[in-house]
Ligand binder design. Structure first.
Ligand SMILES: NC(=O)c1ccc[n+]([C@@H]2O[C@H](COP(=O)([O-])OP(=O)(O)OC[C@H]3O[C@@H](n4cnc5c(N)ncnc54)[C@H](OP(=O)(O)O)[C@@H]3O)[C@@H](O)[C@H]2O)c1
Length: 306
């Protein structure tokens, strides 16, 4: 299984390196199955590796929709479905809406969005515009971006869930400066999802939030698995240790993803990429071996010394 997946990855890497456009989408005929985890309290499960789409959607103005199509195609080809979004600009978001409603992608994606506005009406306006641009009556998940205007926006989200415009509701943070505020929010509210930063380098969420989310039945999306790319810069002169082959790890990207995915409280990890070969590499990690507790400890001790 993994060998054929790796062949596909190598093919995509070569195609990408060669600047061959239009090849990746043509591979979308066969769809792999990705391991999935339940959204607590429901019968619905999500494939465990998703796409953080900000960069590739923002790039539409400059590069057109082909890179976005290729990355989404790589995701669904490997059985993924979760696409995290953040509305920024009507032209780009409208193009995103067209792409996700294409025959190949319609009904195959779990689409999230965020509200980053201050003021009740500004939040409502942003959500309504997102629904219109995404050509949807409802999104799968709407989240308050970085707890922005939390007490004003949360009742909006509850209204959207009640009216069926949002299937699930939640909040995001991407740094420890918001952890105390998130903790006090979780003492008084029960979101369906939290989205939080967690990686082999940024491990604070492991103690402070993951056990609590598991106990409370809250789904967890992970952001910053590669610290927005700084993880790779930190490791660029470091060889992957031999012992990582014990859990089929073949790259530094897989090293962080496997560390994250081995935690049972995680529902899905969002990896941001504009490169379909990277999307494939991240997605196939879901189907390979994961480290056990002893290996996770070894991984964290190793990374702390690099
Ligand atoms: N407050 C919030 O709500 C919040 C904040 C931050 C992030 N997020 C969410 O979380 C998502 C991911 O977090 P992030 O933005 O910090 O990005 P990230 O996933 O930690 O890192 C993205 C970087 O990693 C590179 N990359 C991805 N896969 C790779 C691979 N297999 N090999 C080598 N390089 C690879 C990407 O470059 P290439 O494009 O070249 O692949 C990009 O430079 C975001 O897109 C967003 O959806 C939410």
């Amino acid at each position: 299984m993994i060998n054929s997946d790796i062949s596909r990855r190598n093919f995509l890497a070569l195609a990408s390196a060669a600047g061959v456009s239009g090849l990746a989408p043509s591979l979308a005929t066969a769809q792999a199955q990705m391991p999935a985890r339940l959204i607590p309290g429901t019968n619905e499960s999500l494939p465990i590796v998703g796409l953080g789409s900000s960069k590739v959607v923002t790039g539409v103005a400059e590069n057109g929709v082909q890179p976005l199509e290729a990355v989404l195609d790589a995701l669904v080809t490997e059985g993924g479905s979760v696409v995290d979004t953040w509305p920024r600009n009507a032209d780009n978001d409208g193009a995103f809406g067209q792409v996700i409603n294409s025959d190949n992608l319609k009904d195959r994606l779990f689409i999230t969005t965020k509200i980053d506005q201050e003021g009740k009406q500004a939040g409502i306006d942003q959500f309504e515009q997102t629904l219109e641009l995404y050509q949807r009556d409802a999104v799968d998940l709407v989240q308050i971006f970085s707890l922005t205007d939390l007490d004003v926006q949360w009742p909006n989200l509850r209204d959207w869930k009640e009216s069926g415009k949002a299937r699930y509701i939640g909040v995001t943070v991407s740094g420890e400066e918001l952890y105390s505020q998130l903790e006090s929010f979780l003492q008084r509210e029960q979101p369906d999802f939290i989205q939080i930063n967690y990686s082999i380098v940024e491990r604070l969420a492991e103690e402070r939030f993951l056990p609590m989310a598991a106990d409370r039945g809250i789904a967890v999306l992970i952001n910053r698995p590669f610290m927005n790319g700084s993880y790779f810069r930190r490791l660029e002169n470091t060889e992957l240790p031999d012992w990582t082959s014990e859990f089929d790890c073949q790259s530094w990207a897989q090293f962080s993803l496997k560390y994250i995915l081995a935690h049972p409280a995680i529902t899905c990890v969002l990896t941001e990429t504009s490169n379909p070969a990277h999307m494939t590499e991240n997605a196939i990690t879901a189907s390979s071996a994961l480290p056990d507790e002893a290996a996770r400890l070894r991984m964290s001790e190793y990374i702390d010394q690099v």
